[in-house]
Design a protein around this ligand. Structure first.
Ligand SMILES: [Zn+2]
Length: 285
C-alpha cells in the first residue's frame, strides 16, 4: 500500500511511504534523510521492487525522506539549510524541516525496529552503526542482517536512531558508499537491498560479522596532496603502521590494528581534514 504524506504541498515537503503486511514486529526502513545519499535511496527502491511473498515483519519503507533536499541534490534542507537528521523528534509548529521531522518521527514511533540508511562517502566500506554492546535488542537485529562490519555508537543527539533508542525502540544505521553530486555505487545498493529482503523474510544471516569499537576520525596534520594506495580501495583489514596512502612525498600509516572504514579520495587536503577513519576490533566475549 502506497501513501503520500504531505507536510506542505507547495514546497515539495512530502514523502511517500509503502507498507507491506507481515507476521511479526513492525519495521521502518528509511533512506534519504540526507537528500544526496543516493546509494542508500537506490537500495530502498530496489527493496521495494523486489518484495514479494509472505514477510516475517510488517514493513514500512520511506525511500526519500527529505524530498526537497533530494531534488536539490543536497544533504541538508533547501528551506533554511537544516540537517533533517539532527533535529529529531522535530516540532509540530516549527520550521518546514522541523515539521517534516515531527511527521517522520511519529511514524517511526509506531514501529518496533527502525533501520536508517545513509551514505558515508566515496571510499568507504558498508557498515552498521549500532549500540550493540549495551542494548541486547540492537545486538539481536545486527546479527540478523548481512552487513559484515558493525561499529559501536550511540549516535548524535537529534539523529533519528539516537532519539528512537532513547524512547526504547530498536534502531540502527547502515552506511553505504556513495559519492559526489549524487554518484551511486550500485553494487552496494544491490547488496544491501538483498540483505534487507532476507531479513524481512525471516531468513538467517549467514555472512561473517566483525564487531568493532567506535570510529576514530584521523585528521591531517598539514596541507598536502593525498592519494590512497590502490590496494586499500579493497583491503580493509589493516595492522598498526601499515601504509595506506601518501601525503606529498610522505607515507600515511594507520595508527592501530582494525578496519579501515573510509579514506579521503585523491585530493589536496587541508590541515584538520579527515584523512581516514578506522575502528579497532571489539570481539564479543
Ligand atoms: Zn546521511
Amino acid at each position: 500500500m502506497e501513501e503520500d504524506i504531505f507536510i506542505d504541498d507547495m514546497y515539495h515537503n512530502y514523502f511517500k511511504i509503502y507498507r507491506f503486511p507481515g507476521k511479526n514486529k513492525k519495521v521502518l526502513i528509511i533512506s534519504g534523510l540526507h537528500g544526496d545519499e543516493y546509494t542508500s535511496i537506490l537500495a530502498s527502491n530496489l527493496l521495494l521492487k523486489n518484495i514479494k511473498g509472505e514477510l516475517e515483519y510488517n514493513v514500512s519503507i520511506i525511500p526519500i525522506a527529505n524530498m526537497g533536499a533530494f531534488l536539490y541534490r543536497s544533504r541538508t534542507s533547501p528551506y533554511g539549510g537544516e540537517d533533517l537528521n539532527r533535529i529529531f523528534p522535530g516540532k509540530r509548529n516549527g520550521s518546514l524541516c522541523e515539521r517534516l521531522a515531527e511527521r517522520i518521527f511519529s511514524i517511526a514511533m509506531e514501529n518496533d525496529i527502525i533501520i536508517d540508511l545513509h551514505s558515508c562517502g566515496f571510499l568507504c566500506v558498508p557498515h552498521m552503526i549500532a549500540l550493540y554492546r549495551s542494548r541486547k535488542d540492537v545486538m539481536e537485529i545486527t546479527r540478523k542482517i548481512d552487513v559484515r562490519y558493525v561499529v559501536e555508537s550511540r549516535g548524535t543527539p537529534g539523529q533519528l536512531m539516537t532519539e528512537a533508542l532513547k524512547r526504547g525502540k530498536t534502531s540502527l544505521i547502515i552506511e553505504l558508499p556513495s559519492g559526489f553530486g549524487g554518484y551511486i555505487q550500485d553494487r552496494y545498493a544491490r547488496e544491501i537491498s538483498k540483505s534487507l529482503l532476507k531479513f524481512l523474510m525471516g531468513s538467517e544471516a549467514d555472512g561473517e560479522k566483525i564487531f568493532l569499537g567506535k570510529i576514530e576520525k584521523v585528521r591531517s596534520e598539514r596541507f598536502g596532496y593525498f592519494r590512497p594506495i590502490k590496494k586499500y580501495l579493497f583491503k580493509r583489514e589493516v595492522k598498526s603502521g601499515e601504509r595506506i596512502g601518501r601525503l606529498d612525498d610522505d607515507y600515511v600509516s594507520v595508527n592501530r590494528d582494525g578496519i579501515l572504514i573510509s579514506m579521503h579520495y585523491p585530493s589536496y587536503i587541508f590541515k584538520g581534514e579527515v584523512i581516514y577513519e578506522i575502528a579497532a576490533y571489539s570481539p564479543i566475549p
